[in-house]
Design a protein around this ligand. Structure first.
Ligand code: FES
Length: 754
């Protein structure tokens, strides 16, 4: 089947619009109310084309076999010009200029030879009530692109249109002021607005000097790809990268607008050394000499076990790797941990116990492929907004959504069913759902017998579970528990979870309970299904991957593994002790007991964020040496003996790994302020001062070393391969494409364990 467009033959693709076919054929048709990826509005008619004398709207008319389309003619030009004139006539004079470098609308005016006159009266002021967005009604042509973007991308439904024809006006729901609307400032409407009626408040004028730097957002574990627009050392704006697999061009409030910290006067800009109760600015040379000298002294006096390290889930993989290498290879201590210990380590433990890999089995693209989604103990629309919008849209498109959360979170409004268990009762709830699945016989029997170890033992153990008792314990009515099980019995599901499961004393059991449901329904290892724990900080996954754990080296390799030890001897020249070190809480307890004397904290405010604050402060205050790398003063830096000023995510090179195991590049868009330095520099300097002959590897060279140390997960990872959308581990060889879905053929531990 074929058609002709401007005399060229074009193959007809089923369901394709004339506009899409014309673009494939190289014909340019102007558009105004149409925007890529959104439902066609079909209102402005600027995309009119001729077909055998008929006029058709190209954006919303399907191309058909045998059509003869003309996209440009004097008649079409005159018609389009007339439509633009009509738009101008309905707006105040002076609202627009014909400008080949202006907004999309102004470029169209210019292309159609229109020259709107100047203002004849002062234009009404824009609505500036919103902290991040501005709305200028004079420039609004009511094309409804903002409305489609808000509905179809963010799922926030902020915009509406009131009135008809020339009287139509954009409204923000029932509110007159933008700030009173339900807008969450994702900026999707700004990206799609063709006139500049909707604009970012803080977007600096883009000039010709601007550079665009592709990087990874530094806020949460979603790992959105950003394009940072920079002029010199000034960040002009941050946009979502359109080709990004993670965010498809979308961003949230934080990624898009929250970059003002970079130039804050509160930034740490010089190394600070404590003298008595005061800090004194010192040179880096002095700071490094102090750090190395004190670490050496404490190790000699009290042994390597008196030293500990917490690496940062905010910083890069390369920096985390080098710091744990410093402690393991140079200082001989496995007291290495990170903030995951008090958030998602229970998730990682549970997943490792059940499947052999302590990470997500699924990826974000599974959200669109899923027919059933469980969101348990996570509030993604607030904490992981870009994933939250994808979940909302999946529910709006018809995926069954089961929300399990004591609170009525926003996603509950989109859910097929919301269970609200009492806090801390995940385990009986999941067990009761499992019992119902067993009792109704609606299990994936084939999957259980082929892929799980002794499923019958687990199924028999459910004899001890009473749905009635679980209903009493959890506060979830029996009928709802049964309905949840019946929903899951329909087939594989995607299980999205968060700290509501893991940040509990029974965290591992909670996550194991959820994994059991995934195994009973045959969900793990399939597209559109599996386990997708949402990680909090931008590189909490990578931090643990790099070996910021007391019992595992880089790539989750047991410290006693002979292959690992041989590789470390080759790469590091020494292997660390085979016995595991202390976890974060154990290190703090050892500090209180006077057994841990020196602690290096990279970018973590344990004094504020860790549980049992009084005990944490007591531990920090007892230390003989506390080194803290930070970008701002914190409660933890206040207790440090040495503060090292760091670069933030806009200011350093390396990689982050997101919650779907995707390793992505981080690129420096600007320089860090003052004498602040990228995190890996301090590790290299202190290692050199302690006599290590590491040289000055670049972040790319550090990644090459990581690939050699942990070949099973990272053997094929290199900065050169991490263009655009990065790679998802395991990626064992240079020709391996990465692994979007884990455990597809077999579990990493062989068979899964219920
Ligand atoms: Fe096709 Fe507006 S762009 S009708």
């Amino acid at each position: 089947m074929s058609a002709r467009i401007d005399g060229r033959s074009v193959e007809v693709h089923a369901g394709e619009s004339i506009l899409a076919a014309a673009r494939r054929a190289g014909s340019q048709i102007p558009t105004l109310c149409w925007s890529a990826g959104l439902a066609p509005e079909g209102g402005c008619r600027i995309c009119l084309v001729e077909e055998d004398g008929r006029l058709l709207g190209a954006c919303h008319t399907r191309i058909e076999d045998g059509m003869q389309i003309v996209t440009a003619s004097p008649r079409l030009h005159a018609l389009r010009r007339g439509l633009l004139e009509l738009q101008l006539a309905q707006r105040p004079a002076g609202a627009f200029r014909a400008d080949p470098a202006g907004s999309e609308f102004e470029r169209l005016l210019h292309a159609h030879g229109l020259a709107p006159g100047p203002a004849t009266a002062p234009l009404p002021p824009p609505d500036a009530s919103h902290p991040f967005l501005r709305f200028d009604r004079s420039r609004c042509i009511v094309c409804r692109r903002c409305l489609h973007a808000c509905d179809e991308i963010q799922g926030q439904f902020v915009y509406g249109v009131e009135g008809r024809g020339g009287d139509a006006r954009l409204v923000f729901g029932a509110s007159e002021r933008f700030s009173e609307s339900g807008c969450v400032a994702c900026g999707a409407c700004v990206d799609r607005c063709p006139t500049g009626a909707l604009a970012d408040v803080d977007r600096a004028a883009i000039d010709t000097q601007e550079r665009r730097i592709r990087s990874t957002c530094g806020y949460c574990g979603v790992g959105c790809q950003v394009e940072i627009r920079v002029d010199g050392e000034r960040v002009l704006a941050i946009d979502g990268a359109q080709d990004a697999s993670v965010n498809h061009g979308h961003l949230c409030l934080k990624g898009r607008y929250a970059h003002g910290w970079r130039g804050s006067p509160d930034r740490l800009t010089r190394p600070l050394l404590r003298t008595g109760d005061r800090f004194e600015a010192v040179s880096w040379q002095e700071a490094v000499g102090f750090a190395a000298g004190r670490l050496r002294e404490l190790r000699e006096r009290h042994g390597p076990q008196a030293l500990g390290l917490l690496t940062s889930s905010r910083s890069t993989n390369e920096a985390a790797y080098l710091l744990q290498k410093l402690f393991r290879a140079v200082l001989g201590s496995n007291n290495v941990d990170c903030c995951a210990r008090v958030c998602h380590s229970s998730t990682a433990d549970a997943l490792r116990l059940a499947t052999g890999a302590g990470a997500a089995s699924a990826c974000y693209d599974d959200i669109e492929a899923a027919q059933r989604i469980v969101v348990a103990g996570a509030n993604p629309t607030e904490a992981h907004p870009v994933v939250g919008t994808r979940l909302k849209q999946a529910a709006l498109r018809g995926a069954a959504l089961l929300v399990i959360d004591p609170r009525r979170i926003e996603l509950a409004d989109f859910a097929t069913l919301h269970l609200a268990p009492r806090p801390g009762t995940n385990v009986p709830l999941f067990q009761a759902i499992a019992r119902r699945l067993r009792d109704t016989g609606r299990l994936d029997r084939g999957y259980l017998s082929a892929r799980c170890e002794d499923p019958e033992a687990y199924l028999r153990s459910l004899d001890a579970v009473s749905i009635e008792s679980a209903a009493l314990a959890t506060g979830v009515p029996r009928a709802q528990i049964e309905r949840a099980a019946d929903l899951l019995a329909e087939g594989p599901a995607l299980f999205v979870s968060g700290l509501g499961l893991s940040e509990l004393t029974q965290g591992v059991a909670s996550v194991l309970g959820l994994v059991n449901l995934a195994l009973l329904t045959g969900s793990i290892g399939r597209r559109g299904a599996g386990m997708l724990p949402l990680r909090g900080q931008n590189n909490v996954q990578g931090n643990a991957d790099m070996g910021a754990m007391p019992d595992f080296a880089t790539g989750y390799q047991p410290l006693g593994d002979p292959g690992l030890r041989a590789r470390l001897l080759r790469e590091w020249g020494s292997a660390p002790p085979a016995t595991p070190g202390l976890t974060l809480p154990e290190m703090l307890a050892a500090a209180r007991a006077g057994r841990l004397r020196g602690l290096w904290i990279q970018g973590e405010d344990v004094a504020q964020s860790d549980p049992h604050q009084i005990a944490v402060l007591e531990a920090l205050d007892r230390l003989e040496l506390l080194i803290v790398q930070e970008i701002f003063p914190t409660e933890t830096t206040r207790r440090a003996h040495l503060v090292l000023p760091s670069a933030g995510w806009l200011e350093q090179e390396g990689t982050f790994t997101n919650a779907e195991r995707r390793i992505q590049r981080v690129r420096a868009a600007t320089r860090p302020p003052g004498e602040a330095r990228p995190d890996q520099e301090a590790a290299l300097d202190v290692a050199a001062a302690l006599g290590a002959a590491w040289g000055r590897p670049t972040p790319a060279q550090v990644m090459d070393e990581i690939a050699r140390v942990a070949p099973r997960l990272f053997g094929g990872v290199s900065h050169a391969r991490l263009q655009q959308n990065g790679l998802q581990w395991p990626c064992p060889s240079a020709d391996h494409p990465g692994t979007p879905v884990l455990h597809a053929e077999s579990f990493m531990r062989g068979k899964a364990r219920l």
